[in-house]
Design a protein around this ligand. Structure first.
Ligand SMILES: Nc1nc2c(ncn2[C@@H]2O[C@H](COP(=O)(O)OP(=O)(O)O)[C@@H](O)[C@H]2O)c(=O)[nH]1
Ligand SMILES: [Mg+2]
Length: 360
């Protein structure tokens, strides 16, 4: 399972800078029109610890796809809904990383100094809602023949679509409309962009500028979406990502950071999507796997191999934290902290598992 995160936000809010910081790829500069896409490893400091313990021949981290989706209008006077090509890219992503400019311009920057994070977020949301409203309208039109013929299922779906559309037309993104299961079903094929989970990235001037008022101003929006914001300085992090790995830690420490903000960012994206990571370990490989929170042990085992799901018997589970604290697998076993779990066990973040299965 490769999660796709899409960087969105108004022109010059720092999307490409952040994309570069995450990928350290140095992808294009301030061009604004080009789209970038890359698969990156999800940073996870626990991998290094497991590697020390097991000295594996191979390391397989979790991956995610990152897309830099350029240029929603900075100018809210531009007719809404003009960015349909960009919106089609947004349809493909699992979570939106909404970058919000919370930094004043430097001397070299011609974009002006009119910083207003709330307005900026609302401008992007308006684009998303105009597109969704049209998508729903299309579906309603498509079902009109059936509704006229009295098809009860079509009538129900149209009623749901109209309700969501009305909400959009009142300025409420679909993700805030608390759709019930039936309504969600009715709009599912529309793949509404304002229904996608959003994580906010407050892009600040420098790391010293952490508690700035712009970030605070975003809080109401973040609360309305039951979301969170990751505050970063894209420019500084992009610079650091270009350094030799050995030097990075030192520079991060100078900025008062223990780890790269990209780690925090990607972990927040995981939480937003309700994903958890678990591990398989051994001399052959240390492997990070991803499943949904609440997945039962056999489903998680199926991520490793379908035979393991089909023939699932039991799972031996250690907590990563116990391994870290006690220092070795043997010590964890001795302390009685390796458990045997059955089919109803729900995988937890950081579980280190061995699947016992039989397909004969
Ligand atoms: N001061 C400051 N400038 C930034 C930061 N992030 C990006 N910029 C600058 O803002 C401009 C636009 O950034 P860019 O990443 O191209 O924006 P995009 O249009 O959203 O892709 C560039 O000149 C960046 O150097 C930041 O965190 N702090
Ligand atoms: Mg860009």
């Amino acid at each position: 399972m490769s999660l796709t995160c899409g960087l969105v936000g108004l022109t010059a809010c720092g999307k490409t800078t952040i994309y570069n910081a995450i990928t350290a790829s140095g992808a294009a500069g301030y061009d604004g029109t080009e789209m970038h896409r890359v698969i990156v490893n999800v940073p996870d400091p626990r991998i290094q610890v497991l590697v020390k313990l097991y000295n594996p021949a191979k390391i397989v981290p979790a991956t995610m796809q990152l897309v830099d989706i350029p240029g929603l209008a900075a100018d809210s006077a531009i007719k809404p809904g003009h960015s349909s090509r960009l919106l089609s890219h947004i349809k493909d992503v699992d979570v939106l990383l909404h970058v919000v400019r919370c930094f004043e311009a430097g001397d070299t920057f011609a974009q002006g100094d009119d910083i207003n994070p709330v307005r900026d977020v609302e401008t992007v949301d308006l684009e998303l809602m105009v597109a969704d409203s049209q998508t729903l309208q299309n579906k309603i039109a498509r079902l009109s023949k059936k509704t006229r013929a009295g098809d009860s299922e079509a009538i129900r779906q149209v009623a749901d679509c109209e309700k969501v559309k009305k909400g959009l037309d009142q300025g409420i993104p679909a993700r805030r409309q608390r759709l019930n299961d039936k309504e969600s079903d009715s709009v599912r094929e529309c793949n509404l962009v304002s229904l996608k989970p959003v994580l906010y990235i407050a892009n600040i001037k420098s790391m010293g500028d952490h508690g700035n008022g712009y970030v605070e101003a975003l809080q109401t929006i973040i609360d309305a979406d039951s979301s969170e914001a990751v505050t970063i300085c894209g420019r500084d992090e992009a610079d650091i990502s270009q350094l030799d790995p050995a030097d990075r830690q030192e520079f991060l420490a100078e900025l008062g950071l223990q780890e790269s903000s990209m780690t925090r960012l990607l972990q927040a994206a995981y939480r937003k999507l309700g994903l958890v990571n678990f591990f398989t370990v051994g001399e052959d490989e240390v492997h990070v796997w991803t499943c949904h929170r609440g997945d039962k042990a056999p489903v998680a085992a199926g991520k490793i191999h379908s035979d393991m799901e089909r023939g699932f018997i039991r799972m031996e589970v250690m907590r990563y934290d116990d391994l870290l604290e006690l220092g070795s697998e043997a010590a964890v076993i001795k302390a009685g902290k390796r458990r045997l779990e059955g089919k109803t066990y729900e995988i937890q973040e950081g579980d280190v598992v061995t699947v016992l299965f039989n397909t004969s």
